[in-house]
Design a binder for this molecule. Sequence first.
Ligand code: 13P
Length: 261
Amino acid sequence: MSTTNRPLVIGNWKMNLDFVESVHLAQQIGVMLKVKPTEHADVVLVPPFVDIRSVTSVVTSERVPVAVGAQHVNAHDNGAHTGEVSTSMLKRLGVEWVLVGHSERRSMYAMNDAVVAATLRASTKSTLHAVLCVGEDGLVRDDADQEAFVEAQLESALHGLDESLRPLVTVAYEPIWAIGTGVTATLEEVSAMTNFIRRVLTRFSMPASRVLYGGSVNAENAASLMGEGGVDGFLVGGASLKAESFLAIVRAANDCYAGKR
Ligand code: 13P
């Protein structure tokens, strides 16, 4: 099972790059996309909160053909939530995308399934495009329980989400054991899981939602992950911190899709 979705490539800068470095990277990406446009792929840059304003300024003033996302958002509208930001604050900055339930938020910042579900609801209600992150750790994979694990994550996040909001959801499969390790999931593993996720999404009337892969994606493995892995794009960490390596992945996705159409 694969789709003909237009690819989406997201650069998650995590807690890297201050605002000066972020501006520099966004400008470099802008120049490189002007020299060699990638018309068959959507691109989203996801800087740290404190860099967002600077990055959206570059994107707007230099007409860089990318959207800007945030790495996290609080599910509440406002109030006593020290250290958090709301969907309306992000939207006011020109943010159009948000990552929801990244494994680093789940494992290090106590983001449980209930909070993930509330955050997904709040994000989509505010018309932000939400990237719901799912994926198992190495122990779950060793026990061959990855499908049941990911299914439970999807069900708890999507259950109760108004049907009208579901088109705003993209799913990113990021096996934790592949994140930042240099160990990419095999094409068979990626293909089996994306097919499985698509079957679950069909049950939620979301057969056309994009399914991304994340975990040590680089310029060398991107084309085959799209082709044989069958994903609709990538959530990229380390390789998104340099314009050359990030755009090589964007180009691989772009060329794959252009060839398929
Ligand atoms: P890496 O690409 O560095 O493995 O990170 C993946 C990730 O967590 C993106 O959200």
